[in-house]
Write a protein that binds this ligand. Structure first.
Ligand SMILES: *Cc1c(COP(=O)(O)O)cnc(C)c1O
Length: 391
């Protein structure tokens, strides 16, 4: 098992069969577990073993299969699944928080991740923001006083790519914990943990679910972090994932590699068809040589990602005309779904950001984010080119 590749782990990893020896993983829809005796109950509470179950807020066999499978794919010692991606980020940061600690974070973050950092700052945590694409800014900010470093591998929505190996080395040198939200990159074709990142987070709502069905999140790391830091806080504060959602995402892992590679291949094809288009001020795709961090992306991942961003020359009016003219992608704000999804970040996901911050992050009125799904790439490219021609 130790020499299994991630694709094999994604299908067989973490499996535990009941007395019926079922092929497909069972859903254990139960909050509690019966003990043979009070002695057994006492021993189980004392041991606090993640593979023996007490109460579903602490752990559940279906959830455990999902945690073990994902940890095996990423290549970490352990993992913990929670109710959503944001719950994963919140519990990771809150459980590691200490009075007066210093966090260094990339500026381009998912809005809710920024919210958590701002919340921590109210309690005396020092949060220093850097331009994640600037190696010099990371070098200057990660001082010996730094306790934790937080970033997203590929930022939302402008798809900046951060050099994980570089940040991990700087953090290790000062003994800081690196926490990375790797949702956009997915565990396919790369491992943040292998690049030296201590704690890897996924919103499993996205590519891992892959069909837009339910929320979930996971945190992967060393046994010391998962059992010593994360678990005590998680189990007492009630962030448990439903066993049903854990089961959906467990089964999603079986096809994740195929789906992400197919989406990335289509994204590359669409990016090629759109490059230099007269209606676009910018085309952002990490898999293209024109992307500012293309070299980093190519080193870190063996595909260019499943997300594209287009900046339309005509601003908000053009972006809205474009979205209204599309037939194949749906207008929504999820990503990693089988259905291609278009989002206008300036008026939806990033609506609340002050104008100045939007400008700093490159969230222009003409910016459209595209999560490439599993439709035929030619159909998608034709639809996008037709919609652009109608503006
Ligand atoms: C969606 C997303 C989250 C939040 O995940 P939920 O499952 O919606 O809570 C966090 N980070 C990134 C990068 C995301 O895309």
């Amino acid at each position: 098992m130790d020499d299994w590749k991630p694709k094999t782990r994604a299908v067989h990893g973490g499996i535990r069969r009941s007395q019926f020896n079922e092929v497909s993983e069972a859903i254990f829809l139960t909050q509690g577990f019966v003990y043979d005796s009070p002695e057994q109950a006492e021993a189980r509470f004392l041991a606090s073993d993640p593979n023996e179950f007490i109460y579903a807020r602490y752990g559940n066999p279906t959830v455990r299969m999902f945690e073990e499978r994902l940890a095996q794919i990423e290549g970490t010692e352990d993992g913990f699944a929670v109710a959503s991606g944001m719950s994963a980020v919140n519990v990771a940061l809150m459980s590691a928080a200490r009075p007066g600690m210093r966090i260094v974070a990339a500026r381009a973050l998912f809005g809710s991740c920024l919210y958590i950092l701002e919340w921590l700052a109210k309690f005396g945590v020092e949060v220093v923001y850097v331009d994640g694409t600037s190696p010099a800014q990371w070098e200057a900010a990660i001082t010996p006083a730094t306790d934790l470093v937080f970033l997203e591998t590929i930022s939302n929505p402008t798809l900046e790519v951060i050099d994980l190996g570089h940040v991990a080395a700087l953090s290790q040198a000062v003994g800081a914990l690196t926490v990375v939200d790797n949702t956009f990159a997915t565990p396919v074709g790369a491992s943040a943990a292998a690049l030296g990142i201590d704690v890897v987070i996924y919103s499993t709502t996205k590519h891992i679910d892959g069909g837009g069905r339910g929320l979930g999140g996971a945190v992967l790391g060393s046994s010391e972090f998962i059992r010593g830091t994360f678990e005590p806080y998680a189990k007492h504060t009630g962030s448990a994932i439903s066993p049903f959602n854990a089961w959906m995402h467990l089964k999603g892992l079986e096809t994740l590699d195929l789906r992400v590679r197919a989406m990335a291949a289509s994204a590359a094809e669409i990016a090629a068809a759109l490059d230099g288009h007269e209606k676009l001020a910018r085309l952002i795709y990490p898999g293209r040589a024109s992307h500012p961090q293309h070299a980093v992306a190519a080193r870190q991942m063996d595909h260019g990602g499943t997300m594209l961003a287009l900046d339309l020359k005509g601003g908000k009016d053009a972006a809205f005309e474009f979205l209204n003219a599309l037939h194949v992608p749906v207008i929504s704000n999820n990503l990693g779904d089988a259905k291609s999804i278009v989002t206008h970040p300036a008026t939806t996901t990033h609506q609340r950001l002050p104008e100045e911050q939007k400008q700093q992050l490159g969230i222009t009125p003409g910016l459209v984010r595209l999560s490439v799904g599993l439709e035929d790439a030619g159909d998608l490219a034709d639809d996008i080119l037709r919609a652009l021609s109608q503006i």
